[in-house]
Ligand binder design. Structure first.
Ligand SMILES: Cc1cc2nc3c(=O)[nH]c(=O)nc-3n(C[C@H](O)[C@H](O)[C@H](O)COP(=O)(O)OP(=O)(O)OC[C@H]3O[C@@H](n4cnc5c(N)ncnc54)[C@H](O)[C@@H]3O)c2cc1C
Ligand SMILES: *[C@@H]1O[C@H](CO)[C@@H](O)[C@H](O)[C@H]1NC(C)=O
Ligand SMILES: *[C@@H]1O[C@H](CO)[C@@H](O)[C@H](O)[C@H]1NC(C)=O
Ligand SMILES: *[C@@H]1O[C@H](CO)[C@@H](O)[C@H](O)[C@H]1NC(C)=O
Ligand SMILES: *[C@@H]1O[C@H](CO)[C@@H](O)[C@H](O)[C@H]1NC(C)=O
Ligand SMILES: *[C@@H]1O[C@H](CO)[C@@H](O)[C@H](O)[C@H]1NC(C)=O
Ligand SMILES: *[C@@H]1O[C@H](CO)[C@@H](O)[C@H](O)[C@H]1NC(C)=O
Ligand SMILES: *[C@@H]1O[C@H](CO)[C@@H](O)[C@H](O)[C@H]1NC(C)=O
Ligand SMILES: *[C@@H]1O[C@H](CO)[C@@H](O)[C@H](O)[C@H]1NC(C)=O
Length: 590
């Protein structure tokens, strides 16, 4: 078959749902046409040497984003947050999360990626770390620098952290818009004077501090730059197929090898067929559905699979554990009695280039947030029994892996260059503080009470604030914002607190308020198929191959052993670029 989707139907605005249109065997079958899936699909098909199929449950929307392009999932009640339940939002469309996200384009800190190396265990040196990821950030993302007229805003960037390859539009763009609110400048000036806060040389430098950050937008059109525009549209390769509106039901495992996938057209489970993979099945279904598909295929915690009536192919306890997301409080706000003046040199009218607003963010360590208590928090965390706040019955290997994370995070709580707060300056004295490195861990597990049916969504249990350390960090964040707005440079504007407001003076009162107001997700779920040693509860190795089965890899956000201090899509693109190199590197081997 030709590249039927782009050639025949997409040009005609029609969507194929016929699996007959696909070949019955490919070199690589990729599950999920989201952020990672299409990136890997492009890279594996570009040499022309391999046939590649990407299977995506969502539609190939004629004009990209559409309403209704997300899964309809409600979380389990979060007991640390007063048993509230929350909508769980992940993309269901060609492009996945990158097609529906907020386009805020950030990286984590250097430490985030170096920790991934440390969490590779003994003998994992050099494979995963900042230096290596920087190589892939450069390959994955093309920078559009700020225009000269934004210079008065002190918008720092450094091309050494970026790829610049305008020889192709088949890429993902990171773009600075011209419009910057002058109202953020007083915050910038005041934050610079807080002990421990520096201006970082670039939003992508991996350093904490004050930084402007880009949007994932096309610099020519202002439109969303995402995995579909970068890695599918217009490529028209005869060896690169996309099957949208198709559900992968499970991975077919023959004699301990992932031989292919069982699929059916969306809404027609009676029409199941099998598509085979000669070289590798590549899982890119995202942090919620990657563990679900593994579990339904018999790869996961044996007790859970048995209770669900699924034959155990590989007892892999870590599948669906180690679940993390950023948490946030929607509003901590103040009212000026007199607004800070806008400096005359910023009273300039820049031409709106249609590329959106460039935002200013703050990313700081615990010692800056809580100078008098950070070391007490670190010691308290360090002395916890690692199993104390994990789900009851957590497998000993997972506890061992968490012990490693605990040791590392306690160290980083004392370091200056590991972020424990992300916030964006809006121009008003109002903040959305994010707990950027939570220590609580959740689970994404199939429901043994429901049938072993892929159409039944997994149970998403954020378990946010299950570890009281996270609540303590959020309390310190609020106290920091109070000091920042009412003390120092900004004190002369006589702010009064609006939210939480009077009556929340003690840590205990603030902690209760935090539990009542925290939202457990910034739409950045990660970690459920972690790249860690198997004896630490990991699911994939340094090579991203799933333990205990041949020919099966994971390449999406679920492999992050620990969440990064920034929005997640840029990191997913870099992981996918690295994954493609790893996969190609072993292509010759059997
Ligand atoms: C509302 C929202 C806002 C966000 N805001 C930002 C932001 O501003 N900046 C940022 O950097 N990040 C943001 N993110 C996060 C970021 O987009 C994700 O981390 C990233 O896109 C995840 O990539 P992925 O490849 O792991 O998974 P996805 O991109 O989600 O891809 C997984 C794909 O697999 C498909 N799939 C799942 N199960 C099956 C199956 N059984 N059969 C076939 N296909 C299947 C899904 O439909 C999906 O398309 C946001 C996310 C959301 C949802
Ligand atoms: C494609 O395959 C040919 C023949 O085996 C080989 O010479 C060539 O190097 C391959 N190209 C790439 C990019 O892998
Ligand atoms: C979620 O619900 C909306 C509205 O009913 C629907 O259009 C959409 O298809 C649903 N998403 C999925 C993945 O089923
Ligand atoms: C949450 O639900 C659990 C189980 O139903 C219950 O034991 C607990 O008391 C509830 N907590 C709150 C704060 O309501
Ligand atoms: C830049 O684009 C060209 C053409 O597509 C490609 O051959 C080259 O590998 C790219 N370079 C980088 C650093 O991505
Ligand atoms: C990318 O697209 C823009 C706008 O369509 C066009 O002006 C530019 O020449 C393209 N660049 C390349 C390298 O094709
Ligand atoms: C900004 O400049 C305009 C003229 O360009 C002037 O009318 C206005 O008063 C200035 N505003 C401030 C706050 O200085
Ligand atoms: C971060 O700080 C720690 C000590 O606080 C140090 O060991 C580490 O090298 C620093 N990392 C970077 C990238 O500066
Ligand atoms: C702040 O309050 C002080 C004391 O009440 C007052 O003198 C001062 O004028 C106020 N400043 C502003 C900017 O409102």
């Amino acid at each position: 078959m030709r590249n039927w989707c782009s050639v025949l139907t997409c040009l005609a605005g029609l969507l194929p749902t016929s699996i007959q249109a696909a070949k019955d065997t490919y070199d690589y079958v990729i599950i999920g046409g989201g952020t990672a899936g299409l990136t890997v699909g492009d890279r594996l098909s570009e040499s022309g040497n391999y046939t590649v199929l990407v299977i995506e449950y969502g539609y190939l929307e004629p004009d990209g984003q559409r309403p209704g392009t997300v899964y309809n999932i409600t979380s389990a009640p979060v007991s640390g947050l007063g048993n509230r339940t929350f909508p769980v939002v992940v993309g269901c469309v060609v492009g996945g999360g990158s097609a529906v996200n907020g386009r805020v384009f950030q990286r984590g800190t250097t430490e985030d990626y170096d920790i991934w190396g440390e969490l590779g265990g003994e003998g994992a040196r050099g494979g995963w770390n900042w230096a290596d990821m920087l190589r892939y950030f450069k390959k994955a993302i093309q920078l559009t620098p700020p225009k000269p007229e934004t210079a008065p805003f002190d918008l720092r960037y450094d091309t050494k952290y970026w790829g610049r390859n305008f020889t192709t539009n088949h890429t993902i763009f990171a773009t600075f818009g011209n419009v910057i609110s002058p109202k953020i400048y007083p915050f910038y000036e005041a934050a610079k004077k807080v002990p421990g806060i520096n201006v970082s040389p670039d939003g992508g430098s991996g350093q904490v501090g004050l930084q402007y950050y880009q949007a994932s937008s096309n610099p020519y059109t202002g439109e969303r730059s995402y995995s579909r525009t970068g890695h599918w549209d217009g490529l028209n390769r005869a060896n690169y197929d996309l099957l949208p509106a198709t559900r992968v039901n499970k991975i077919v495992i023959d004699r301990n090898r992932a031989a292919g996938v069982q699929v059916y057209p969306r809404g027609e489970p009676q029409k199941k067929t099998i598509i085979r993979a000669r070289k590798e099945v590549v899982l890119a279904a995202g942090t919620l559905h990657t563990p679900q598909i593994l579990q339904l295929s018999g790869i996961g915690p044996a007790d859970l699979l048995r209770r669900t009536g699924i034959p155990v192919k590989v007892d892999l306890p870590g599948v669906g554990y180690n679940f993390q997301d950023h948490t946030f409080i929607p509003e901590v706000s103040f009212r000026w009695s007199t607004s800070p003046p806008i400096p005359a040199h910023l009273n300039i009218s820049v031409i709106d280039d249609g590329l959106g607003r460039t935002a200013l963010g703050l990313s700081i360590g615990l010692s800056v947030i809580a100078p008098s208590s950070f070391s007490r928090i670190a010691s308290r965390y360090e002395s916890q029994s690692p199993a104390a706040y994990l789900p009851k019955g957590t497998h000993p290997t997972i506890i061992r892996g968490y012990r490693q994370q605990q040791r590392i995070y306690a160290r980083e709580m004392r370091a200056k260059n590991f972020s424990f707060l992300r916030a964006t300056f809006s121009g008003d004295p109002s903040f959305v503080p994010i707990v950027i490195h939570p220590v609580s861990r959740g689970t994404v597990l199939i429901d043994p009470a429901a049938s072993a049916d892929i159409e039944v969504e997994p149970i998403v249990d954020y378990r946010a604030a299950s570890n009281p350390i996270d609540v303590g960090v959020a309390v310190e964040q609020i106290k920091f914002l109070r000091r920042f707005i009412t003390g120092g440079e900004l004190s002369r504007y006589n702010a009064t607190e609006v939210v939480p407001g009077p009556g929340y003076e003690t840590d205990e009162a603030l902690a209760r308020w935090v539990r009542a107001n925290t939202i457990p997700s910034v739409y950045h779920p990660v970690g459920t198929a972690a790249k860690m040693p198997r004896e630490w509860g990991g699911v994939v190795g340094e090579d991203l191959l799933v333990y205990g089965v041949k020919g099966l890899s994971v390449v999406d956000a679920s492999i992050m052993p620990t969440i990064v201090a920034g929005t997640t899509s840029m990191t997913v693109y870099a992981i996918a670029e690295k994954a493609a190199d790893l996969i190609k590197g072993r292509a010759g081997r059997k």
